[in-house]
Design a protein around this ligand. Structure first.
Ligand code: BGC
Length: 367
């Protein structure tokens, strides 16, 4: 049975605990919800930025480690510039020249990344205080986070009602279901920005993780990391992850695209099956711990980012500083800059339509 305790006591298996996590910069109380499942895994989520704060998963010997980068309290998330674990919106990734045209009208956004808009603008969904509600789930425990993004927020049109449901299942999966509706035509691209290190946060770099991505193409970028519009074959490039390959095996090759990203910071075009529903997009194996992570999604793309901008100055959970490439992100998404790229899958949401995407991170071990 799921219980919601207000205490800081050690959580029971299959329980939900709610604790204070501090305050937002304008003084509003922030909570942390801790879910423990029947297999001993644990997920902590805050309503501030909807961030996934920690994820504790067993290794091949049953030893649990926190495999996510993050902060110990709301102050950390208030100062965060890396989007650790955050819910990202309205538009995950970049919009070129911080503008787009819808029905002949130009919408101007904030330039918070060179000449471009990144992850929703100056105050994206990662800095919003979401309304949280715990829910029972058939296969685990859920937290629903809701947020109303008002018409014109960060320059985007339409009153947008967003709901994100996180579920920690009893079989060690974390499912994220995103839904949204709007009262005016708009663009939308929601994602979750977890920084993973399957050996445990703070345990060094992620270059030895073996990665498979179900993608035959990726979207090359310009110097501002905006896609050029080309869909390039991964064959004979360092972007070919169709077979399990160490993240670090080719990351420092003198490849023009790797140079532009400072490593991997690119959208992969997923090999989507024709039928609807979630499909396997990527798989990771961390050989020393045996931890395996699979990414399943309904989205057409995935941003593979190797923490190239981490510089060891950001101090996270337990006072640990996070150096360059000490985590990777696999952000399921529509392609970057889609509002300006007519050939990319559409990110337009119309009034009366329902935005609905699902991404699940499934954890297991390889002996
Ligand atoms: C982007 C990176 C960026 C990181 C943190 C990723 O989604 O692709 O370029 O540095 O998010 O904002």
């Amino acid at each position: 049975m799921t219980t919601l305790a207000q205490t800081g006591a050690t959580p029971q298996l299959g329980s939900t605990t709610k604790k204070s996590f501090g305050k937002t910069p304008d003084g509003q109380p922030v909570d942390l919800y801790v879910f423990t499942n029947k297999s001993g895994a644990e997920a902590s989520i805050t309503n501030y930025g909807g961030a996934l704060v920690s994820l504790k998963m067993p290794d091949r010997n049953g030893k649990v480690a926190d495999i996510l980068l993050g902060y110990d309290n709301a102050d950390g998330y208030a100062g965060d510039k890396s989007y650790f674990g955050a819910l990202v919106g309205r538009y995950g990734n970049r919009i070129g020249h911080a503008q787009f045209v819808l029905d002949g009208k130009t919408y101007t956004l904030a330039k918070n990344n060179g000449d471009n808009t990144l992850h929703g603008g100056v105050k994206g969904f990662n800095k919003a205080l979401w309304t949280a509600k715990t829910l029972p789930a058939k296969d685990g425990q859920s937290l629903e986070l809701s947020y109303l993004s008002k018409d014109g927020e960060e320059g985007f049109p339409g009153n947008l009602k967003v709901s994100v449901i996180y579920t920690l299942t009893d079989t060690n999966a974390l499912r994220i279901v995103y839904t949204a509706t709007t009262d005016k035509k708009t663009v939308l691209n929601l994602t979750s920005h977890g920084y993973f290190n399957l050996a445990g946060q703070g345990s060094g770099d992620i270059l030895g993780h073996l990665l498979t991505i179900q993608a035959d193409q990726f979207t090359p970028v310009d110097s501002g990391l905006i896609p050029t519009g080309e869909l390039r074959d991964v064959m004979d490039t360092p972007f070919d992850f169709r077979k399990p390959t160490a993240i670090g095996a080719r990351i420092d090759q003198p490849d023009e695209q790797l140079k532009l990203g400072g490593g991997y910071d690119h959208n992969f075009v997923l090999r989507m099956p024709m039928d609807k529903g979630e499909y396997l997009a990527a798989r990771l194996l961390e050989p020393t711990s045996g931890r395996v992570m699979e990414v399943w999604t309904t989205e057409p793309g995935i941003q593979f980012y190797t923490g190239n901008f981490l510089d060891g100055k950001t101090v996270g959970k337990g006072g640990i500083a996070y150096p360059k490439r000490s985590a990777f992100c696999l952000e399921t998404q529509h392609f970057p800059d889609s509002p300006n790229q007519p050939k990319f899958p559409s990110v337009v949401l119309n009034p009366g339509a329902r935005y609905h995407t699902v991404t699940t991170y499934k954890f297991s071990v390889e002996k």
